[in-house]
Design a protein around this ligand. Structure first.
Ligand code: TMP
Length: 259
């Protein structure tokens, strides 16, 4: 398990962190600020469920975008629709990947992790996941639903960290070995919405501060804007209630897979 702790951001003027510190005081007992489930049941329209079989879908976006809540709703809906689903998360999703996840997200006492080491560790976890889980599941015809994938590296280590896209692409080609998502849903939120949804116990990445996270959000927006066909990176307005956001996901997927 990754260790989370309440710490100061590396950006000490961070309004995100100030807001988070206030929210610690009113934190619900179960610590789940990103898990306010809506009352209604959410089903996949039958045509869409059929079209999704055998596809590789990624849910991605900044910390606090509400992705975890939507993933749960979506996965429940796929089960009711009786689609064979393989669910994975990054970093992690394999025994080796989970060890890499701990190395990436735990706070370090004595040294800083270099940016290139960080990027390569995300890629190493991805390489294991692609070969061990995603590729075999796709060959079986399962729907793959991934909690984060390579879009995260472009946003966090690229747009926010500063590694050029071409270098990330070159590493991704090695890690992914031809495995490509059919579509990546990018959950788009403003800073105050993201702050209100974050668990106040920040991991190493979440604690990088408001300036870093603003660049992450811009990085995700650039991916959506750069995809002129709207097939690869699909922006989802994630600012509303869980019910609203789920409806947005369905609309975006129908446009991508049914039109
Ligand atoms: P999670 O909290 O959504 O599980 O994600 C773990 C953290 O790792 C999150 O802060 C985003 C970050 N991350 C990257 O910086 N680069 C990557 O390639 C991936 C997959 C995640």
């Amino acid at each position: 398990m990754s260790m989370k702790t309440t710490i100061q951001s590396t950006d000490s003027t961070s309004p995100l962190i100030e807001k988070l510190e206030l929210e610690v005081k009113s934190m619900p007992k179960n610590n789940q600020t990103d898990n306010q489930l809506p009352c209604g049941q959410h089903d996949l329209p039958a045509r869409l469920a059929k079209a999704l079989a055998g596809k590789f879908l990624v849910f991605d976006g900044p910390d606090g975008s509400g992705k975890s809540t939507q993933l749960k709703l979506f996965l429940d809906a796929t089960k009711r629709a009786k689609i064979e689903v393989t669910e994975v998360r990054e970093p992690g999703g394999t025994e080796i990947g989970e060890k890499i996840r701990d190395a990436l997200l735990e706070h370090l006492d004595r040294e800083e992790m270099s940016l290139r080491c960080e990027m390569m560790l995300y890629m190493a976890s991805r390489a294991q996941l692609c070969e061990q889980v995603i590729d075999p599941a796709l060959k079986k015809g399962n729907l793959i639903v991934a909690d984060r994938f390579v879009a995260s590296t472009y946003a966090y280590q690229g747009a926010a960290g500063g590694i050029p896209n071409e270098e990330i692409e070159a590493a991704a080609n090695i890690a992914m070995c031809g495995v490509e998502p059919d579509a990546t849903l990018i959950f788009q939120v403003d800073q105050s919405t993201a702050a209100s949804r974050l668990n106040p116990l920040l991991d190493r990445m979440e604690a990088k501060g408001a300036i870093f996270h603003a660049k992450v959000r811009d990085g995700y927006s650039s991916l959506v804007e750069s995809d002129k066909d709207g097939k690869r990176y699909l922006g989802v307005d994630a600012t509303g209630t869980p019910d609203d956001v789920f409806a947005n996901i369905i609309a975006v997927l129908e446009r991508r897979f049914l039109d």
